[in-house]
Write a protein that binds this ligand. Sequence first.
Ligand code: CA
Length: 227
Amino acid sequence: MRLLVIEDENALSDVIKAAFIDEKFEVDLAEDGETGYLLGSSGIYDAVILDGMLPKMDGYDVLNRWRREEMHTPVLMLTARSELEDKLKGLGLGADDYLTKPFDMEELVARIRVITRRQGAVRIDSLEFGDLRLNLDSGMIQNKENDDEVRLGKKEFQLLELFMRNQGQTLRREQIAEKLWGYDCESEYNNVEVYISFTRRKLKYIGSTVSIKAVRGIGYRLERIND
Ligand code: CA
């Protein structure tokens, strides 16, 4: 899960970041509305925590723009006051939830878990392609034909999940790097190839006929080797 926190109080965003890293989230921070809007528009986040009062562009404007642009990432708004008007404004603009400051960190974590699960009506616990099954809870891949399985490292898992959720699509290297390392990831581009080669090795290890194929000049695609 990748979370974007748009909050100008650094002390607060640092605490939020630490709490979600403990929960195995990847967390990116933005200190003003404009930066947060641009980061969130990339569509790489599973949820956004958005403060109402922000420099450059306030949280309500950020949310309003996203929803008008059909950007549907779940958003939890933080409101400074407990005024009903603020809450209604946020919900009216398409916020999925809100919390009034000050709030309990455990409460925030729980609420984010709820809004990220709500995405899509059915919660799925595995993804399949060809003879390959990726278990989303255990992080194991399994060959359905022979039951061989192996555990993926964190980045290998994120990589394969991305491919299995975008079956039939060729993913650009930049797209993959953004999903795995976040928006500001230029120095990470070379790592994409490294993790692809790790993941290929594990697919081979369980005898799967699925592999990650390089599409010259474009990126990578999941394919069945003998097709
Ligand atoms: Ca603020």
